[in-house]
Design a protein around this ligand. Structure first.
Ligand code: ATP
Ligand code: MG
Length: 640
């Protein structure tokens, strides 16, 4: 990977930045006092007595003895402090309808929903499944759960009924909130149908609450099914929030399943809200009342939980929430939205940035994007090529990019440059946030310095850390805490390296770090080299078993629009490119041009499935894929 000099923030940016170098110093000086200070961002009904209790490690208790209500913090508090008329959500529907909800509107809606949930017999500790597109009622439902101490389990609305069923059963959900249908690229797809299918014979479900969104015809089970507009619509908008223990379970969320069967990650109230609010404030340099923030994730992912719902609302943000795909009705949609609302902070995933690149810069160039002042990336390593394009084309060559490394398990951002403090570097997540201690270590637990490549670990507990895997505490201990049990470190499952400046580069999952004749090469680096060829739009690389070298590199590439596949000549060029950019050792054994890559619903490439293809095995669990049919296309050109 070619290192470029870092981009220093402008003097103007530095002058107004929320963060300064003193933040790092304060956290270093007294980590727990630092976190206690961050907890002051919240309203505590009962103050906590102890910052951290780690005596039952690896299950942490943060802000011990404290009581709070998460929804009160995200909604009521802003109204009480005179911000009721401020827009909380600029909602943009896919077909072109839109709706602004102020904090007062949100309070009324959340209170109504809370009254309805109570009416349906739900009590603190019960689980609620939420299976909805990006409509305001989805956020309202999450907050109503939080308000009542119900634990929500949001299931991405693109998942199949069987994926939904297994999550309902695992959590023992009593209520499911859904919609009649969802808008997808201009047409109304059914959704309640999948719910009916999923809850058939599901013993835990007592009620199905349905928001009318598309007017699709739906089957109705009297007594079990209720329309939102009949129930929530007529409920009282008054509801008093009661306080819950800091460690009360807030939600369960399943990981995306790139490495195996999804895990039901548990998060609790006080620590989670503290760290999401803290990171949203500093990492995005968010200014309440000034910024218009937009995170393009779906609430079905942790990014939607932490950076659409909880972090931004705790901070009283005004944000855009968009229901649809980036090319509905055409590829200008995101930039039209940025112009319409004057978006200042834009947080997205590398896969989308690469899609925008593929569509061409003439599309964003046709818009006034000058309102944008901070850009964010999450979900995968962002290759330097895409990073530069993002900064130049979307950020006018000046907006700092925060490349945020974190996981469903960490609950909030852990490693990222702070804009205005750290000069940003293309492709590197750079440095742990104040309050977080991360290290890169080898197999024996030796900490590595500049130039070292190994495993990413977290040395100290952090407030928004997971408290376990729902129903399987053994798997929790085994997956994250057994590898470095002696040291007591959290094993993130990601490979990482420090460059010579000591900046951290996440290399992807440990399974995605290949071993070629004893050389450790990351799939991300080879992919990045392939994508830097002008003909390649996207690349996925896997290590396949190889008799002579241990593993051999197998690459799958998608060509950019209009680029001709010249067969062997192109393949030779691509191999030469990798040789030159990284080393001849990293030269792929095989490169196959494919029309599409298998991705999870959150846009991540499923390398474990490509490895199955490369090694000629049957495919493993494909339940979280967007489109299992891509394998027909890939198998047709399968490497032999
Ligand atoms: P599963 O754990 O079920 O295999 P998953 O790890 O994809 O699924 P998530 O929790 O959504 O589920 O994703 C977290 C992972 O995403 C991280 O462990 C890391 O591999 C990757 N990731 C997230 N952000 C970044 C980033 N900024 N740079 C590099 N990798 C990132
Ligand atoms: Mg993971």
């Amino acid at each position: 990977m070619t290192e470029t000099p870092p981009f220093s923030p402008s003097d103007d940016f530095v002058a107004q930045a929320n963060a300064g170098a003193e933040l790092y110093a304060a956290a270093k000086d007294d980590r727990l006092a630092f976190w206690a200070e961050q907890a002051k961002r919240l309203h505590w009904h009962t103050p906590f007595q102890q910052v951290l209790d780690w005596s039952d490690a690896p299950v942490a208790k943060w802000f011990v003895g404290g009581e709070l209500n998460v929804a009160y913090n995200c909604v009521d508090r802003h109204v009480a402090e005179g911000r009721g008329d401020q827009v909380a959500i600029h909602w943009e529907g896919e077909p072109g309808d839109s709706r602004d909800l102020t904090y007062s509107d949100l309070l009324a809606e959340v209170s109504r929903a809370a009254n309805t949930f109570t009416e349906l017999g739900l009590v603190s500790g019960d689980r609620v499944a939420i299976y909805m597109p990006m409509v305001p009622e989805a956020i309202v439902s999450m907050l109503a759960c939080a308000r009542l101490g119900l634990t929500h389990s949001v299931v991405f609305a693109g998942f199949s009924s069987s994926a939904l069923r297994s999550r309902i059963d695992d959590a023992g959900a009593k209520l499911i909130v859904t919609t009649d249908g969802q808008w997808r690229r201009g047409s109304a797809a059914p959704l309640k149908e999948s719910v009916d299918e999923a809850v058939k014979g599901a013993t835990s479900i007592e009620h199905v609450l349905v928001v009318k969104r598309t007017d699709n015809d739906v089957q109705w089970t009297e007594g079990r099914d209720h329309w939102w507009h009949d129930t929530v619509g007529s409920a009282s908008p008054e509801h008093e929030a009661q306080a819950f223990d800091s460690e009360h379970p807030l939600f369960i969320l399943y990981t995306s399943g790139t490495t195996g069967t999804p895990k039901g990650i548990i998060h609790t109230a006080g620590g989670y809200l503290t760290q999401t609010a803290y990171t949203h404030h500093y990492v995005f340099d968010h200014k309440r009342g000034k910024d218009v923030y937009w995170c393009t994730a779906d609430i079905g992912w942790v990014t939607g939980h932490s950076y659409i719902v909880y972090g931004p609302l705790a901070n009283g943000a005004s944000q855009v929430v968009y229901e649809g795909t980036p090319n509905s009705p055409d590829e200008h949609r995101h930039w039209n939205i940025v112009e319409k609302y004057g978006v200042t902070i834009y947080y997205t995933a590398p896969t989308l940035v690469r899609t925008f690149m593929k569509w061409g810069r003439q599309i964003p160039d046709a818009h006034d994007l000058s309102s944008i002042r901070v850009l964010g990336s999450v979900g995968e390593p962002i290759n330097p090529e895409a990073w530069r394009w993002f900064r130049d084309v979307i950020g006018a060559g000046s907006a700092p990019i925060v490349d945020t490394w974190w996981q469903t398990e960490t609950g909030a951002i852990m490693v990222s440059p702070l804009p205005g403090v750290i000069a940003t570097k293309p492709g590197s997540a750079q440095t742990p946030l104040p309050g977080i201690s991360a290290a890169i270590v080898d197999d024996n637990g030796k900490k590595l310095g500049p130039g070292g490549t190994g495993y990413l670990v977290l040395e100290e507990p952090w407030p928004s850390m997971l408290r376990g895997i729902w129903g399987d505490m053994e798997r929790y201990k085994d997956t994250y805490w057994s590898r470095y049990a002696n040291e007591g470190w959290y094993f993130a499952g990601d490979g990482a390296r420090f460059d010579d400046d000591g900046d951290l580069w996440v290399l992807g999952r440990v399974d995605d770090v290949m071993n070629i004749s004893g050389h450790r090469i990351s799939t991300a680096e080879v992919e990045s080299a392939l994508v830097s060829h002008p003909g390649v739009a996207e690349a996925a690389v896997v290590g396949a078993a190889d008799e002579t070298t241990g593993q051999g590199i197998v690459a799958f590439v998608i060509l950019r629009g209009g680029v001709e596949n010249t067969g062997d000549a192109l393949i030779a060029e691509l191999k030469a490119q990798v040789s030159k950019e990284i080393s001849p050792i990293a030269k792929p054994r095989q490169i196959t041009v494919v029309p599409e890559l298998p991705k999870t619903r959150s846009g991540k490439i499923m390398r474990r499935l490509l490895r199955d293809v490369a090694e000629g095995r049957d495919l493993g669990d494909t339940s979280t894929l967007v489109d299992p049919a891509v394998f027909d296309a890939i198998s047709a050109v399968r490497p032999r």
